[in-house]
Design a protein around this ligand. Structure first.
Ligand SMILES: Cc1ncc(COP(=O)(O)O)c(C=O)c1O
Length: 411
């Protein structure tokens, strides 16, 4: 399968056209839907039988993204009533699983009514509320218990959701009490366990070891507690994108090969992934026109028309985001262009805070006011995690390069 490549030629041609038509500084997200389709098809196609991929829509829930993915993935993972309403408003039948902390009674009730195929329960209290709602509706609820077990030799990443004290899931020592409680509550049907211990996993071998530990843990619990209704485990998402060293991405082909070997240890259970970042990050770009180039003390600053209120990813993850300069020869003014060559620059945005930084100490050959900076890997946890209305600057455009069988770009 192909690695998640970036299609710069198609993108640059689109952006040059957009620049020519712009009547002010250009600032836009561009999503390459054909690249998304190829990448998702390759990932899903590489899974051995018994493994499934759900897409965690929190990473990017734009409709064209979901429409591209819906025919390819096994379903969507949602984490709020808002996501449930959004998906069900557009996709009546797609399989849905519902995770996330702090679900309200209204969200749980809507999930029961909205045909969610498994609810991932985060605590004993959530179980009790769910059972109470189920009794009132005279229905049985399929659930997975989200667990936060201690795992020997767990190799941490930069963002851990479990394997240590976190607000997520049911700590391993509280599981026996929950399982006892379930025995007395047939309105809840236990389908399996849900593990999501980390994000930003870049090491395929470490992730395979982790999945093996989940399967081993599940085998022990099944034997110890006589659990005979389980049909799957959910191993979460968490496959990372290497923003710091883009050439060294997660080795998906090696991972898929390892899954085939792991398959013998599934004990008949389906293994389900719910990945977000790794599915959509590669198809998205944030492109922003340079407004100014300045020097202060010993530092060059490139001021972009946008910032972290549009593209919070580098600030959220604490990295300097890679970017390319797309030269734009047209120049609007009758005076000289601020510019810098062969230098290291900080790329900042329009917010009145020194924290509005997209890239730091980045080497460039040349950058001029009016050029376009293009940040790749901006298709996941980018626009959707940003604080859009801080300072009430205009929102960026959102452009979608169509899949190759579509007729026109949706803009
Ligand atoms: C429960 C759960 N599942 C899946 C995901 C998706 O993770 P990722 O985008 O890292 O694959 C998240 C993200 O936070 C999550 O909290």
């Amino acid at each position: 399968m192909s690695s998640p490549g970036l299609r710069w030629t198609r993108l640059s041609a689109h952006l040059q056209q957009a620049l020519d038509g712009a009547d002010g500084p250009l600032c836009t997200y561009v999503y390459d839907l054909e690249s998304l389709r190829r990448h998702a098809r390759a990932i899903v196609g590489s899974l051995p039988s018994g493994f499934e991929l759900f897409y965690a829509i929190k990473a990017n829930s734009d409709l064209p993204i979901l429409q591209t993915l819906a025919p390819l993935v096994h379903g969507f993972e949602i984490s709020s009533g808002g996501e449930l309403a959004w998906v069900r408003g557009h996709f009546a039948d797609i399989p849905l699983i519902f995770s996330g902390p702090g679900k309200t009674d209204t969200e749980l009730a809507r999930a029961l009514e909205g045909g969610v195929e498994a609810l991932h329960v985060e605590s004993r209290h959530e179980l009790e509320r769910l059972a109470w709602l189920a009794r009132a509706r005279n229905c049985t609820v399929p659930v997975l218990l989200r667990v936060n077990p201690a795992i020997d030799g767990l190799q941490p990443t930069t963002l851990m959701m479990g394997g240590r004290p976190t607000p997520f899931g049911i700590a391993g020592d509280q599981l026996p009490a929950c399982l006892d409680w379930l025995r007395a509550h047939p309105e809840i049907r236990l389908r399996g366990f849900h593990f999501h211990l980390m994000s930003h996993q870049l090491d395929a071998a470490a992730h395979l070891r982790l999945l093996d530990a989940y399967l081993e843990q599940t085998r022990r619990w099944r034997a110890q507690y006589g659990l005979d209704t389980l049909d799957h485990i959910n191993v979460g998402g968490g496959i990372g994108v290497n923003y710091r060293e883009p050439e060294a991405q997660f080795d998906w082909p090696a991972f898929a090969g390892g899954l085939a070997a792991l398959s013998a240890r599934r004990d008949g259970l389906t293994v389900r992934f719910e990945c977000g970042r790794y599915v959509t990050a590669f198809c998205g770009y944030y492109a922003t026109e340079v407004i100014d180039v300045k020097h202060a003390f010993d530092r060059w600053f490139v001021v972009a028309s946008g910032g972290t209120h549009h593209f919070r990813t580098p600030h959220a993850q604490g990295h300097s985001h890679p970017f390319r300069v797309l030269p734009a020869d047209a120049w609007r003014y009758p005076f000289a262009r601020p510019q810098v060559s062969d230098a290291r620059v900080n790329v900042v945005g329009q917010l009145c805070t020194p924290k509005d930084v997209l890239a730091q100490d980045a080497p460039i050959e040349r950058v001029r006011a009016g050029d376009l900076l293009v940040f790749p890997y901006a298709g996941a946890y980018a626009w959707h995690i940003s604080h859009h209305d801080f300072l009430r600057h205009p929102h960026p455009q959102h452009r979608y390069l169509p899949t190759e069988d579509a007729h026109a770009a949706v803009e």
